[in-house]
Structures are given as C-alpha cells and as structure tokens.
Design a binder for this molecule. Structure first.
Ligand code: UDP
Length: 324
C-alpha cells in the first residue's frame, strides 16, 4: 500500500513510519514540523505541509496517489488545552476537517485516526471498553471526540471508512534506539523519570499520593509505541473488507501506579531516582486502564510488550543517547 502518515515526524508517527517501511509499504510523511523532528524522517519521504493550509494539503494529494491515511497530527497536552482551547479546536478539529476534505477530493477513502482515552473523562469502571460513556473533561479529549463524531457522519454521508484508535498511555521507543520520545516541554511520566535517572531532571514530582489506589498514586495503562503501530496497520487492512466508522481502545489491559513505574525504572537503569511529592494534576483520573478485547478479537491485535520493565528498557536505550 502507499500510505500517507500525517504527523509522521512526531513520537508515535515516526514509529508508525518505521513499522510500515519494515513491512514493505510505501510511506509519505506530512508534517508541519511544529513539534515533530526532521531528524526522525527520511528526507525523501517528507512533505512539509500544514493541515490548516488547505492548498498545501491539496498539493500533497495531487502529487501522490494514496491507498490510505494515518493521522497523528494534533496538539496533545491536556493542561495546555485547558488554557488554549481555540488552538486545540483549530488544530485538532478544523485541521482534521481540512484533511478529510482533501481526502474526499482526491478519492482517498480510508483513514486511521489517533484518538485517546481522554474521550472518557472520569471513568465509571476500572477496565474501559469502547461502549463506556464518553464525557471528556478537557478540550483535548473533547476535540478528539468531536472528530470521532465527524467520522461517523462522514461514513454515512460519503462512505468514508475510518478507524479511531483510542490510545491509553503511549510509551517506549523503537528497540534499536534510533527514534524515540522527545517533547518540548516534556510532561510525560516515563521520560521524566528516565531524565531523573540521568540527573537531567532534578525536580521529578509525583502528582498526588492520595488517590484511592494501591499506593495512593494514579494507575495508567502503558502501551508500547510499536504495538500501537501494529494496531494501525491491522486497522487499515480491516477496512479493506469492512465499511463504516470503527472504534477501538488500545492498551495493555494492565495498570501500573506512578510509584511502580519509578520502581521499575530504578530496576532497569540501576540508578537511584528521587522524587518529591507534588499536588494532584488537574484533570487526572485515578485509574485509566483499557479493555483491548475488541481490538484483539476483531483486528487480531496482540501487544508484544506487556511488561512495564521491557517498555521502560526501550525508552531507556533512547534517553541515554537521544538523536534529537
Ligand atoms: N505524572 C507524575 N509526574 C510527572 C508526569 C506524570 O506524577 O512528572 C503522573 C500523572 O499525574 C499521571 C501519570 O503520571 O498520573 C501519567 O502521566 P502522563 O503525563 O505520562 O500521561 P497521561 O496519563 O496524562 O496521558
């Protein structure tokens, strides 16, 4: 297949590009390089374009003929979405609409969309399935849920085939260590913990030790980026036979507390990692764990990295020698 990966210079997108390339697919990356890294992409595959500039999108679709699109371009920081909601709705909703229109004009009818566990808000159950109520509590989650709705409408009106994949906590890096997670600023737990192990982050904080969990810290479901990539390809292949708008939750089905992640990182790195007690971070639910039964049953998805230590080990390889 020839596949357009929007946001292919970013963290999850760059792992997707690698994964597809390794399986013989032809890939073009569309990225505005606002948060993505030029170094993460083969220059020959890169089309610098912006979803908010429809003419730049059209130009990409006129130069290539795609079998499908995988769409990772988004702003994705919960806290920032609360203080800058317009930026989130503009990028994540209006930008996606522009992409959908460009796809329609070009006759491209399959899309895999990055959604998020943030569409669920404060969950009512500990294991979250696809039919769990969606009540996002921040503009980031709301913007992704709006797109899910647009995709359902586009399936009925235009016959668009789409799959929204709701990731829980994407983590880890390519085991070879050539690409990895590099955000500016870095807000995610595992990179912050590993930077603390390297002595690069003196102020590691655990946000809240008074949650109703086994050790008082939040429980999250960490899923390896390469496992996310494999689910995207399976979703594209699934849409060859099935029309409509599909939804899947993607996680390991296992939750780890913040303190368990720190302990696992101490074990992997062999270094001491100290932290301070911080306040709860607004908008953090106590427990977020996915039921991925549907993805396993319908797509045949099998996450390979089920051990938190193994996930952290791949991230550690990258953090010791990041290339960007
Ligand atoms: N967290 C923390 N310290 C940090 C970063 C994150 O205690 O420096 C906590 C955060 O409150 C949450 C969990 O670690 O409970 C995972 O946070 P992350 O930002 O990695 O992902 P999110 O769950 O927000 O998608």
């Amino acid at each position: 297949m020839k596949i357009l990966v929007c946001g292919g210079a970013g963290y999850i997108g760059s792992h997707m590009v690698r994964y597809l390339g390794g399986r013989g697919h032809e890939v073009i990356v569309l990225d505005n390089l606002s948060t993505g890294h030029r170094e993460a992409v083969d220059e020959r595959q890169l089309e610098v374009a912006d979803l908010l500039v429809p003419s730049s999108l059209k130009a990409v679709f006129s130069r290539h003929s795609f079998d499908g699109v995988i769409h990772f371009c988004a702003r994705s920081l919960v806290g920032e979405s609360v203080s800058q909601p317009y930026a989130y709705y503009e990028n994540n909703v209006a930008g996606t609409l522009n992409l959908l229109q460009a796809m329609r004009e070009a006759g491209v009818s399959k899309l895999v969309f990055s959604s998020t566990a943030a569409v669920f808000g404060h969950p009512e159950t500990t294991l979250i399935a696809e039919d769990h109520p969606t009540r996002p509590i921040n503009p980031y989650g709301a913007s992704k849920l709006m797109v899910e709705r647009i995709l359902a409408d586009a399936a009925s009106a235009y016959g668009l085939r789409s799959t929204a994949l709701r990731y829980f906590n994407a983590a880890g890096a390519h085991p070879e260590g050539r690409i990895g997670e590099s955000h500016q600023p870095e807000t995610h737990l595992i990179p912050n913990v590993l930077r603390a192990a390297l002595g690069q982050e003196a102020g590691l904080k655990v946000f809240g030790l008074d949650y109703p969990t086994r050790d008082g810290t939040c429980v999250r479901d960490y899923v390896h980026v390469n496992d996310l990539a494999s689910a995207h390809l399976l979703a594209l292949q699934h849409m060859e036979s099935y029309e409509g708008a599909h939804l899947f939750n993607l996680g390991n089905g296992q939750g780890f507390t913040v303190l368990e992640v720190i302990e696992a990182a101490r074990h992997v790195t062999g270094r001491s990692i100290s932290y301070a007690q911080g306040n709860r971070r607004p908008g953090d639910p106590a427990v977020l764990v996915a039921s991925s039964d549907k993805a396993q049953r319908v797509l045949g998805w099998r996450p390979r990295f089920t051990d938190i230590g193994e996930i952290i080990e791949t991230a550690w390889r990258w953090h010791q020698a990041p290339r960007y």
